[in-house]
Ligand binder design. Structure first.
Ligand code: BGP
Length: 485
């Protein structure tokens, strides 16, 4: 018999507005950076176009049309027994340009209905404030987060929604996978900085950046840290029940060998990839190792007076992260480079990978949870995890996604181990609980859901929803609080 999870454990699922809502220009919504990202595939990467091009396909424009299907979707989540639903508010629905003086009432009304419907289904919302969907006007006019004025625009947006939804929403995340800004492809996706050309997205990390571009990413990141810390303080002032978390892409890495050089390289990567952001957001200050990294990379961070105090006063209440796979670090240049989800390194000979080449490593989740808890001692939450895979619909409409169940079961087992190790884990929201558009490739057929959505990569389909085998599995798991897996 498996052990039960903590009584108040938050089981649920996760999505993001730009990947599921659609209705990209309805009810006064402004264009976001995601609305200019074309579809792609495993072989040909998505592109970002600096303006809309008539013969391009932009998957965010309709996505799975959750904007119009949310009642049906939330009823299905309720049927599975979700305690929490992680979703994101599209900033450009509330402030279409980002720098508007007044919010868009239709956008505010929409999310009020969303939150009320969740509550009616017994589901607590967990709202991400910025999930790869910056209003495009801010990208064009201000170069996104590189401009310090963006802090005020974001803070104004946060204050508006904290006030508006006070009493309806208590769990918040500021920036999705904020640490993507520490990687070479984070500039546009996470930082909203305008590229000079129509660019490809999420390649394999070989993008050659100039020292100025690297410095710009870290300056933009600093502005996000300050914005996040201000948002935390405002959230607490508006409602002391508000809990605000950071959201970091889990980049657990192992040394490929016991060569000390591999170990040092791994430590460096753990620090830069995970702990730089975690330390600033949980401890309220830059870690000691940042100084050398900045100086070796000619990064002369511009801190305004008072920034250090803002960071110190705006520490998050909990640490949330995505976890799909682990990476492997080698200093041996001969070893082939492969790509993972925002993680690069050499293939780990002990692990298998998904159809999209993402290494599958449940033990890495236990390892990572323990590392984080040792370091931060705040509640942790796994807000993304899952297997992107192609599904086959049988003649009778059933979908036997045993591979997904197996992946999730192993990761639930790993969380249980971590709980027994003493980790304070508050919840689990597997990614793409309903099929949605893939962030890295723009495909529909890289599916994560418990719920199947009839739509293909070219945008064809009825958008009808149906339950996969994993739906029933997850429902039982939640009902038994983790014992039936
Ligand atoms: C994370 C993002 C999500 C999500 C997920 C899966 O990095 O926060 O938005 O999409 O990865 O990635 P993909 O959609 O590329 O399979």
């Amino acid at each position: 018999m498996n052990k039960e999870f903590p009584k108040d454990f938050l089981w649920g699922g996760a999505t993001a507005a730009n990947q599921c809502e659609g209705a990209w220009n309805e009810d006064g919504k402004g264009m976001s950076v995601a609305d200019l990202m074309t579809s792609g595939s495993r072989k040909s990467p998505r592109r970002f176009t600096r303006e809309l091009c008539s013969d391009c396909f932009y998957p965010s424009h309709e996505a799975i049309d959750q904007y119009h299907h949310f009642k049906e979707d939330f009823a299905l989540f309720g049927e599975m027994g979700f305690k929490v639903y992680r979703m994101s508010i599209a900033w450009s629905r509330i402030f279409p340009n980002g720098d508007d003086r007044l919010p868009n009432q239709a956008g505010l009304d929409h999310y009020r209905k969303v939150f009320e419907t969740l509550k009616a289904n017994g589901i607590e919302p967990l709202a991400t404030l910025s999930h790869y969907e910056m209003p495009f006007h801010l990208v064009e006019k201000y170069n996104g987060w590189l401009d310090r004025r963006t802090i005020d625009f974001f803070v104004n947006y946060c204050q508006t929604v904290f006030r508006e939804y006070s009493g309806l929403v208590k769990y918040w995340l500021t920036f999705n996978e904020i640490n993507v800004l520490t990687t070479s492809f984070g500039g546009l996706l996470a930082g909203g900085m305008m590229p000079q050309t129509d660019t490809t997205l999420l390649l394999t990390g070989q993008a050659k950046e100039t020292p100025e571009e690297i410095a710009a990413r870290f300056q933009a990141l600093h502005h996000q840290f300050v914005a996040s810390a201000k948002a935390v303080q405002i959230a607490h002032a508006i409602d002391p029940n508000n809990k605000v978390g950071c959201m970091v892409a889990g980049m657990a890495v192992y040394p490929y060998s016991c060569n000390p050089a591999d170990m040092i390289a791994t430590q460096k990567q753990m620090r830069l990839g995970n702990y730089l952001c975690g330390d600033v957001m949980v401890r309220g200050t830059y870690p000691a190792f940042a100084k050398r990294f900045f100086s070796e990379n000619h990064i002369d961070l511009k801190l305004a007076e008072g920034d250090a105090e803002i960071l110190q006063k705006g520490k998050v209440d909990f640490y949330s992260f995505s976890y799909y796979s682990s990476g492997c670090v080698s200093t041996d240049e001969e070893l082939v480079k492969t790509s993972g989800n925002m993680l690069f390194g050499v293939p780990n000979p002990h692990l298998k990978a998904s159809e999209w080449g993402w290494t599958i490593d449940p033990s890495g989740l236990r390892y990572y949870l323990n590392e984080l808890y040792d370091r931060y001692q705040v509640p942790l939450m796994v807000v993304e995890n899952g297997l992107g895979a192609e599904d086959k619909v049988e003649a009778d409409g059933s979908i036997h996604d045993t591979y997904r169940i197996e992946y999730l079961r192993e990761h639930v087992n790993a969380m249980q181990e971590a709980l027994e190790d003493g980790v304070d884990l508050m919840g689990y929201t597997p990614w793409g609980c309903i099929d949605l558009v893939s962030a890295s490739t723009g495909e529909m057929e890289k599916r994560y859901g418990f719920i199947y959505v009839d739509k293909d990569n070219a945008g064809n389909g009825t958008l009808s929803r149906s339950r996969k085998d994993s739906f029933y599995w997850y429902k039982r798991l939640i009902a038994s609080n983790g014992t039936e897996r």
